[in-house]
Design a protein around this ligand. Structure first.
Ligand code: IMP
Length: 194
């Protein structure tokens, strides 16, 4: 079984990536015995994904993956974007972030948004590649559903009437921003194997 080392402590992300890639052994930081909280101080999702992948590569000298995701809202000029994790403040949780976003959009008609995931892979030799996956949608008027994590209860992907929070996990993982970025990573691996 091919192993993928991912520079994250986010158990939800690891579960999703395991679900998307059952044929891989997915190892997060804790699984690798690395106790680290990597500082995500980049200005873009791309910067942060690469910071995480390079950090893990420095420690292991193995191929390393970094992943960063943001929710980009049109009426807020792309915010919270790279600040999605700490949108409501340094010690906020998902609930605080959802509340703040719903407040910011009170009375706003255009609720267009997109989730964007950036995956960086740093190869053993230190060279790297970046892949992106996006899903367009709308911010709902209120929270709906308890599945998923983060902003899932307030995001309705285009073509659906339900939020990611109301959607079965398998369904989200078939078409999510994360699944699309992972798909591109797999295409890259196929090219490397040729
Ligand atoms: P990060 O990529 O770990 O920095 O996550 C940024 C923020 O987006 C955090 O608040 C996450 O909870 C949230 N987030 C990341 N991925 C998803 C997702 O697939 N659905 C909903 N929220 C997400």
């Amino acid at each position: 079984m091919k192993q993928l080392n991912i520079a994250t402590n986010n158990a939800h992300k690891i579960t999703e990536i395991r679900n998307i890639l059952p044929e891989f052994k997915i190892m997060g930081l804790k699984d690798l015995g690395i106790l680290a909280d990597i500082e995500e101080n980049g200005h873009t999702l791309e910067d942060n994904a690469l910071i995480k992948a390079k950090y893990l590569h420095r420690l292991t000298n193995e191929m390393s993956i970094g992943e960063d995701t943001g929710l980009e809202v049109k009426a807020l000029s792309g915010e919270p974007g790279v600040k999605s994790a700490r949108y409501a403040g340094p010690k906020c949780d998902a609930n605080d972030n959802q509340n703040k976003l719903l407040r910011q959009l009170e009375g706003v008609q255009d609720r267009t948004a997109r989730f964007r995931t950036v995956i960086a892979v740093v190869n053993r030799d230190g060279s790297f590649q970046i892949f992106e996956g996006k899903v367009n949608g709308q911010i709902s008027e209120s929270k709906r559903g308890t599945n998923g994590f983060g902003y899932d209860p307030i995001f309705i992907p285009d073509g659906y009437d339900m939020t990611f929070g109301e959607m079965a996990e398998d369904e989200k993982n078939k078409m999510s921003h994360r699944a699309r970025a992972v798909e591109k990573l797999m295409e890259y691996f196929k090219i490397l194997d040729q």
